[in-house]
Design a protein around this ligand. Structure first.
Ligand SMILES: [Zn+2]
Length: 279
């Protein structure tokens, strides 16, 4: 059984879709080198698949943030870039039991698969991924933008030659502020204005869940939502995410699992994550 398939997104960007259809990855293929963005849940042999894609080309591996659905395949590579701010988060959730618990949402008989298919955690040091790093791949490049919010070490990737930005989980259809690793929404607002400053450099926004792409308005929608949460004028509708009681900022239509008004941006949050804690 083939665990992964590809989809050509642009001249240089290939989306890697796992069969369980959650948390896609990206391979950016330049004329000289390649770059793998994220390593998925750590289920199945992603490395052999990517090696084939790379077709003899050298490539680097970067992790957008430390959540298990993006980072848990990292153990297959020796040299992996990830922000040091997400290393503890990564190690909290990198074991077999965690992968099984989350993958069960997509593959109901996950426990019947051989244990060898689950990748061991990355035990080497990660190489720190910092803001403003430029991966020169030849005829295309990838620039990192630090985007704290969803996690402390969240990274966004800009591919200027293709006018594409990879938001990942940083800003999306259900941006999550329900767990301890998230910053406050107040702090997230600064991240959104940093992303706004790059707006004239991209036309397409790629993500890694659901439809995996959003119209450019997504950023303004999230900015508007954060302002409304901060001033108490959002819809503030009780919601539950993976058993965690929280609030959704814009009313959603359960039949289409999207906003009632047809826009895409939305935020799930707990009240503790609204304001920056007094330190
Ligand atoms: Zn995430």
């Amino acid at each position: 059984m083939e665990f992964y398939t590809t989809e050509q997104i642009s001249k240089h960007i290939i989306r890697i879709n796992p069969f369980w259809k959650d948390a896609c990855m990206y391979y950016i293929k330049g004329s000289e080198r390649g770059l793998l963005v994220d390593t998925g849940y750590g289920f199945g042999d992603l490395k052999s698949f990517v090696d084939k894609l790379a077709d003899g080309q050298s490539y680097d591996v970067v992790i957008s943030h430390g959540h298990l659905d993006h980072a848990n395949g990292a153990g297959q590579w020796e040299k992996v870039y990830m922000s040091h701010k997400d290393i503890d988060l990564y190690h909290e959730n990198s074991e077999y039991e965690n992968i099984v618990q989350f993958l069960k949402n997509y593959v109901s008989d996950i426990e019947s698969y051989p244990k060898e298919l689950f990748q061991a955690p990355h035990d080497d040091e990660f190489i720190d991924l910092v803001d403003g790093k430029d991966f020169d791949l030849g005829d295309v490049s990838v620039k990192t933008i630090e985007a704290p919010g969803h996690t402390q070490g969240m990274m966004v990737f800009l591919i200027p030659e293709e006018r594409i930005i990879l938001f990942g989980d940083a800003c999306g259809v259900f941006t999550l502020f329900v767990r301890p690793e998230a910053t406050s929404l107040e702090e997230f607002l600064s991240t959104l204005s940093v992303l706004k400053s790059y707006e004239n450099q991209y036309d397409r926004i790629l993500r890694q869940h659901g439809t995996c792409e959003s119209p450019k308005e997504l950023l303004d929608e999230d900015i508007e939502i954060v302002h409304s949460i901060l001033n108490g004028s959002d819809d503030h509708i009780p919601f539950e995410f993976n058993g965690i009681p929280c609030f959704v900022a814009r009313a959603i239509d359960p039949n289409k699992n999207g906003r009632v008004d047809g826009k895409e941006g939305n935020i799930l949050y707990i009240p503790e994550k609204i304001r920056k804690a007094n330190r």
